[in-house]
Design a binder for this molecule. Structure first.
Ligand code: SF4
Ligand code: SF4
Ligand code: SF4
Length: 315
């Protein structure tokens, strides 16, 4: 991790001093243990605050649209880079204005799992090789990284950046054989069990929209839930309103979600969000052989009209 931190700082300094970019988007140390925070560097003097570790969990591509009039360098894991590819494909970003510092990713540590395992409040956390070490007032605990990764990271099959200007380390070996292992668990349940699970998850939603704000692909200027004329779904915390929001959000991301898990990480209610998008991603892959954000210019299947492929479709 230290080598990657140094490589990020070195590249950021070079780019800022040469005037090649106006801002570098990366991570800095969080104010709490187990956290890193998105960080925008505009002066070479600040590059030493950039870091890399297993807590750099945000999908930084979320910030690129807000900086479209600037030349930007961005630290990008596999999933961030897929978001960038998808956003370029959707004409939301210009490739030539973005310098991608590619980071082969080893998965991010789920701070909630770590906190649950710890016998008391975690006051400090660090990494040593393949272990995460947490300390509190009266304990020090070691955990293997592989046991405390986010679910989306444990299942990730694209940890290496798919698009970059410079790759800051050797590509990592893929550890997952099945990106939809948690979807398959859900598919094994009966329809009634699935419906009950969905209803119980949806009813805990407080409609804070943190999931939407964290998602790089949720960029509509006016979200369907905020639209009042016509109003597409109930705005209150009724079962219909809550479920409508969950379903509408998932459908809007069909064939556009990059499996980054940023939505689920942002949810203060720890609602299981990834299985819904995971199911749609799995279906899109199986039906159309498409995975989001792997090739610039390759549109999601639901954005493609090909009457030559299925002339009966139009009746
Ligand atoms: S989803 Fe993949 S690329 Fe993204 S943080 Fe997790 S392991 Fe890394
Ligand atoms: S829906 Fe969630 S997992 Fe999919 S791209 Fe958005 S934040 Fe990432
Ligand atoms: S972040 Fe969680 S609680 Fe907030 S709107 Fe999304 S699902 Fe609901």
């Amino acid at each position: 991790m230290q080598e990657l931190t140094e490589a990020i700082q070195r590249e950021a300094r070079r780019l800022l001093e040469a005037g090649e970019v106006d801002v570098v988007i990366g991570f800095t140390k969080g104010t709490l243990p187990l956290r890193a925070a998105p960080f925008f560097v505009r002066k070479a003097a600040d590059v030493e605050r950039l870091i890399w570790n297993s807590f750099c969990e945000n999908n930084l591509a979320r910030y690129l649209r807000g900086l479209r009039n600037k030349k930007v360098a961005i630290v990008a894991k596999g999933c961030d880079s897929r978001s960038i590819v998808a956003l370029i494909t959707e004409h939301q970003l210009e490739r030539e204005k973005i310098y991608i510092l590619g980071i082969p990713c080893r998965g991010m540590v789920d701070r909630r799992i770590v906190a649950r395992r710890a016998p008391g409040e975690v006051l400090a956390a660090r990494e040593e090789g393949e272990e995460v070490i947490v300390e509190g007032e009266s304990f020090s605990l070691r955990m293997p990284r592989s046991e405390v990764l986010y679910r989306s990271c444990a299942a990730c099959v694209h940890p290496n950046p798919v698009l970059y200007d410079v790759l800051l380390a050797e590509p990592v070996a893929i550890w997952s054989e099945d990106p939809y292992v948690y979807v398959r668990e859900m598919e094994r349940k009966s329809p009634a069990e699935r419906a009950a699970y969905f209803a119980s998850e949806a009813e805990r939603c407080i409609r804070c929209y943190a999931c939407r704000q964290a998602c790089p692909m949720c960029y509509c200027e006016e979200c369907f839930v905020d639209h009042t004329t016509p109003r597409w779904i109930e705005s209150g915390a009724t079962p219909a309103g809550l479920q409508g929001w969950q379903i509408g959000r998932a459908y809007h991301l069909t064939g556009r979600c990059v499996d980054c898990g940023a939505c689920e990480r942002a949810c203060p209610m720890e609602i299981d969000l990834v299985y819904l998008n995971g199911k749609l991603n799995k279906d899109v892959r199986e039906l159309y052989g498409f995975e989001t954000g792997l090739v610039v210019g390759e549109l999601p299947p639901l954005a493609v009209f090909r009457p030559d492929k299925d002339p009966d479709f139009t009746g």
